[in-house]
Design a protein around this ligand. Structure first.
Ligand SMILES: CC(C)(COP(=O)(O)OP(=O)(O)OC[C@H]1O[C@@H](n2cnc3c(N)ncnc32)[C@H](O)[C@@H]1OP(=O)(O)O)[C@@H](O)C(=O)NCCC(=O)NCCS
Length: 282
């Protein structure tokens, strides 16, 4: 995949996931050609960042000029990560996904660990299981918080690029590899909040909810999550494995709705905690 493929690749994932959402009867945007433009732009910028930092992990399948499938993977500190993987609906189930995943997995062959967020698509789950991944079901919280439940959030400050070393150190403790250069794109796309006290460190990237959260203890993680809840109205906080029950506790205390969907897929790694993974950058 080259940088020129990124907008087309975005269309492939928009179509692939739209069809999956309809099949699973989940909320989706009404038309695959109409994925909200701001979401498309974020997707393209993130994938350009990944092609730029690790081009060997990104592949496309095409027929003539037409893109039929894409895979975006990357390696950070001996960890292989899968950011995006989709085949257009009309070409699914014919072996293209297997052919695409092979060079991406090969790109990660020197890695000790691997991590990705899997959709509910049974075809995707087959591919990941075959590749040696263990699947951990995930929960998510959504809704409008009851503002009367929100405590005064203390010991949380705005973060900046000056916090990258701190964040990398927290990530090595929680998920076994730093995000490193990925903080460049995360800092562009989200608000960063940090908690750094004598007893615990943590950080969170916030959108309408939590985009990514890591901390050295549950208390710090809960504090950061309360900051996310205090800052939003229509919230979505996802990627909660059972190991992160502190997040369920905070979300239910704020009267958010708990639901489940998708898997955290891991190889040679225990489910990180306290940790809420980013959808694409983990
Ligand atoms: C996941 C995805 C990329 C896989 O690509 P693909 O070309 O469909 O995959 P393949 O044809 O190589 O493999 C599909 C597997 O599922 C099986 N399969 C096909 N249809 C199926 C169905 N309806 N239910 C269950 N399994 C099915 C196939 O037999 C094959 O398994 P096998 O090789 O062990 O026999 C593609 O289906 C897709 O884009 N899905 C929607 C988006 C998505 O969920 N992406 C993954 C993000 S984590």
């Amino acid at each position: 995949m080259t940088l020129d493929d990124a907008p087309g690749a975005e269309r492939v994932t928009a179509a692939g996931f739209h069809e999956l959402d309809l099949r699973m009867s989940r909320r989706s945007w009404p038309d695959p050609q109409l994925r909200p433009p701001e979401r498309s732009a974020i997707w393209v910028d993130r994938v350009c960042h990944l092609i730029g930092t690790d081009p060997g992990g990104c592949w496309v399948a095409e027929r003539g000029d037409e893109l039929l499938g894409i895979v975006v993977s990357f390696v950070r500190e001996k960890m292989w990560l899968l950011a995006s993987y989709a085949v257009v609906p009309g070409a699914q189930g014919l072996g293209l996904g297997r052919a695409l995943l092979a060079p991406a997995l090969d790109h990660g062959r020197g890695s000790l660990r691997a991590m990705l967020n899997a959709s509910n698509d049974p075809k995707a789950v087959r591919r990941y299981h075959e590749a040696g991944f263990r699947l951990y079901p995930q929960m998510f919280l959504r809704g409008t918080p009851d503002r009367s439940t929100i405590p005064v959030v203390e010991k949380v400050r705005e973060g900046s690029a000056g916090d990258v070393d701190l964040m990398d150190s927290i990530d090595r403790q929680t998920r076994g590899a730093a995000h490193g250069v990925d903080h460049e794109i995360l800092l562009e796309q989200y608000r960063l909040v940090v908690s750094d006290t004598t007893t615990g460190q943590g950080y969170a990237y916030l959108d309408d909810g939590v985009a990514l959260l890591a901390a050295t203890n549950r208390r710090t993680a809960a504090r950061l999550m309360w900051e996310a809840i205090a800052s939003g109205d229509d919230l979505l906080i996802g990627h909660i494995t059972p190991e992160n029950d502190w997040a369920v506790e905070v979300g239910l205390a704020a009267r958010l709705e708990l639901d489940q969907g998708g898997y955290l897929a891991l190889r040679h790694l225990k489910p990180p905690k306290p940790y809420l993974a980013h959808g694409a950058l983990m």
